[in-house]
Design a protein around this ligand. Sequence first.
Ligand SMILES: [Zn+2]
Length: 643
Amino acid sequence: MRAFFFLTLFMLPGHSILWGQLLTGEELIKSEQRGFTQSRTLRSNSGTDYGYSVHHQTLHLKVNPNVSDRLQGVVQICFRTMRNMDTVRVDLRDELQVFKVTHGSDTLRWDHRNHQLFVLMNRNLQAGAYDSFSVHYSGNPSRGSGFGYYVRDRHQTGNIIHTLSQPYGAPYWWPCKSTLDDKLDSVDILVSTAKGLRAASNGLLVDERLLNDSTVLFHWKHRYPIAPYLVAIAVSNYVPFTDHAHFHNRVDSLPVLNYVFPQSFSSARVEALQTLPMLRLFDSLFGEYPFMNEKYGHAQFTWGGGMEHQTMSFMVNFSFDLIAHELAHMWFGDAVTCGSWEDLWLNEGWATYANALCYEFLKNRSAFRARLEDMQKYVMSQPGGSVFPTDTQNIGRLFDGRLTYNKGALVYHMLRWQLGDSLFFAGVRNYLASPARRYGFARTLDFQNYLEDVSGQDLTPFFNDWYIGEGYPTFNIDWLMTGNRLKVQVKQSTSHPSVQYFDLKIPVLFKGLPSDTLLVLTPRDGDESFEFILNTQVEDALFDPDQWLLAQSVITGRNANLGGSGSIQVYPNPGRAAVQVYSKNQRISLVELCDLSGRQLLSKELPDGLYGTELDLRAFSNGIYVMRVTASGGVYFTKFEIQ
Ligand SMILES: [Zn+2]
């Protein structure tokens, strides 16, 4: 999910997007907190408490957004018992009235209270038994006070009914097990609605037909495991169009089906094409698109953001960032779903990072760096806060853009830096492809284990610092170059007392003559010194030039060989004929002119050691050179221009 209200509330200056028709962020979060508290009652029932596992559900739904928000439904639940039982419990809100529960031609007894439906089966079920029943119900679903679990709305040219069940909204419109530990193995969704409207949903559209003069039926069939909160419908006056994504080394293409409002058709037709290179990129980075036998797609809706409904994301628009974020969720969130809301960063941090990777691989390196820099500034705009949500009852905290989304994303980026590209992406692919995780659930420790297996590293300290711990480090780096020796002292302080020391590799670019040198420092405690012998003369130092680290830095340093008394002077600079090389207090024994790669072009020896000499450089073409001077105090480098 990606909500633009997070951007307007917290996002970077200069990047905020304003959506006039939305609730203010504060109103929305308040309303979400109410919804969240109500739904906790449902969430407290873990899947095993129900005593059964859902095998398949068929939803027959009748809606007409042109008339009202009324919903009529017949939902069949096929399940397998995990213990002996005679009563089966499902979650369904009290606003919906159940008028019949059937088992074949039999009618079953039921009790519906406290948003739960208890169905008395007509026989005792042994553990391991398969059975099913159908719930016949109708009503005006509550919008729910979450993100708007079931909403009837208007857009410029028509009406819409759409659902968005994350995190606890599924029972607001259909009877199901609203948990994060049991996926439906498959689902059929049949929606009948007014002629002229179309229904969007998960999987493949296998039937579309006129039932009578005024009613049409859409049958969507999904044959992959799916978490209940990812089942969705949207019904409006959609105009459909299909693109096809082609993959390297594969014959089959993937249809990308878009349902858009008529007024958006011409722009969406063009913007939706951005999906295709992203699909190819994610396929190459993360492994095959997880629902390859069916489709990917988008259905436009009126909520101010996007939601990763499995195989058909619901979108407010077709921006580059929103397409990338929701598409990435097909791997992170849908195929592998967070096993508890504490692990939401496995969904949202990854979708945010994959969005940034689209800048790296589909735009360019500098766009990627700028994106990372913005994210880093945003996360470090406050000294504390963990990726781990300490209070999952606080929905504002759970879906916190700074922590769950952006800090989560940057923690993945730092893991990539610590492990290197090939190990990192191999570990991520193993995590996504593993039979234990693919089409199931994962906790944070599971993800950590895949990276540890592939790298052989113990990542517990890293996860303790960056997932549980709060804040970020500041590095104080002081360097001194004398002769060809570079001394670097690194001290670390942290922004929050929960972490005393962040164990990180630190890249520092030492800029100098004749070339720059990138050194990776690996301090093991909060105050450590390093020494290097270099063939270059350092003039300046730049901390983390490629934006790997969530960290701040203060760099000081100097090169004792360059500038100041006792150093070598070259005059005039720029010059060509009669160039003077001299020193006030050092005897010069050798003067060399080099190109910028350090190759010697001219040398002049002064066997007796003199305080100065003159060079004729008229034989050389215009340009920048380096003067390397060996004197009694050491070797000195000076940038010199021939003109
Ligand atoms: Zn998301």
